[in-house]
Write a protein that binds this ligand. Structure first.
Ligand code: CTP
Ligand code: MG
Ligand code: K
Length: 179
């Protein structure tokens, strides 16, 4: 049980951190450059080049740190923890950011303004993006690492973690909405 839950969260950490790093680093030019589609912003001011670049870089850096720490951390817990080849690291981190950007595209098309909540999509967009891009960039690693059991753990635990971290970020005043 510990192996299943710890392994799932460990494998997903490089996808969890980019969105939070983007919140801290955000600002500057929006990716859509202000462009609109049917009168609505393509993505909106909440998706910036700087947030995306910093978020991705932080996620990749974390994956490489976890890769180096996996053997010792696994030994300490008496379990095996996954390492991260660079293609998997980039797939997870960039995929998380792209999933979040894709969700903003969907939100704008459905008439939701920047910052509006979209329950379900908000909590899982980055997980789906991360897994899809990891599958494209590192197919063997992804199939080996994200067993059905780990994916199930991620699907249950991620929304809880996401809600928790965003409420904390809101309390700390670094995020405008608690979602
Ligand atoms: N952010 C960013 N670039 C990204 C993602 C996030 O700069 N690719 C920053 C922005 O400052 C954004 C904040 O992180 O406002 C919070 O992210 P998020 O909740 O995803 O964006 P929202 O502002 O809520 O916009 P949206 O409705 O499009 O999700
Ligand atoms: Mg938001
Ligand atoms: K979001």
């Amino acid at each position: 049980m510990l192996e299943l839950i710890a392994g799932a969260l460990w494998a997903m950490l490089p996808a969890y951190v980019p969105n939070n790093a983007a919140v801290l680093a955000g600002g500057g030019r929006p990716i859509d450059g202000g462009r609109t589609m049917n009168g609505k912003r393509l993505l909106g001011d909440g998706k910036t080049w700087r947030g995306t670049a910093v978020g991705t870089a932080v996620g990749v850096a974390l994956a490489l740190l976890l890769d180096a720490a996996a053997p010792a951390a696994g030994d300490a817990l008496g379990i095996t923890l996954p390492g991260f080849p660079i293609n998997a690291a980039v797939g997870l981190a960039l995929g998380a950011m792209l999933g979040d950007i894709g969700a903003s595209f969907i939100k704008r098309r459905s008439g939701r303004e920047r910052g509006a909540a979209f329950p379900g999509l908000d909590q899982l967009d980055f997980v789906v993006g991360a897994l899809v891009l990891a599958l494209l960039f590192a197919p063997d690693w992804t199939l080996e690492t994200f067993t059905l059991g780990r994916v199930a753990v991620v699907a249950v635990v991620t929304p809880l973690l996401h809600v928790g971290t965003n409420v904390i970020a809101y309390w700390l005043g670094v995020k405008d909405e608690p979602w």
